[in-house]
Structures are given as structure tokens and as C-alpha cells.
Design a binder for this molecule. Structure first.
Ligand SMILES: [Zn+2]
Length: 65
């Protein structure tokens, strides 16, 4: 059975289930309780990235609880 991937509550990055801390911001507030997978490739031209205050390309969770 595959583990669910985790999302960081602080920066919304999606990380692998074996991570203890977010490799992007160093936060340990990782959660399985997230929804809305988005891939942001060009944050500077993306409305979603602007709303989420995302500045680097990557995989993100739209909603993190
Ligand atoms: Zn993070």
C-alpha cells in the first residue's frame, strides 16, 4: 500500500511521505489532510501562484487543513 504524500502547512509544497520536515521551508508542519493538487511551472505568470503567494515552480496543495 502506498503512503499518501504530504503537504506543508506553511508553504503548501507537496512532499514525499518519508519526509519529516519540508525540504523547501524547513517547517515540520506536514499533513496528509490536503486537497487540490496543482503544478505551478511559471509562478510569475500564474494567478493561482499569486493567490497562494508562491514564488518557485513546483507541486503544491491548493488547500491544506
Ligand atoms: Zn514548506
Amino acid at each position: 500500500m502506498a503512503s499518501n504524500r504530504l503537504a506543508c502547512r506553511d508553504c503548501h509544497h507537496i512532499v514525499e511521505p518519508d519526509e519529516d520536515v519540508c525540504p523547501h521551508c524547513g517547517s515540520n508542519t506536514l499533513t496528509e489532510d490536503w486537497a487540490g493538487y496543482v503544478v505551478i511551472t511559471h509562478p510569475e505568470t500564474s494567478e493561482i501562484a499569486e493567490k497562494m503567494e508562491v514564488e518557485e515552480p513546483g507541486e503544491y496543495a491548493l488547500k491544506v487543513r
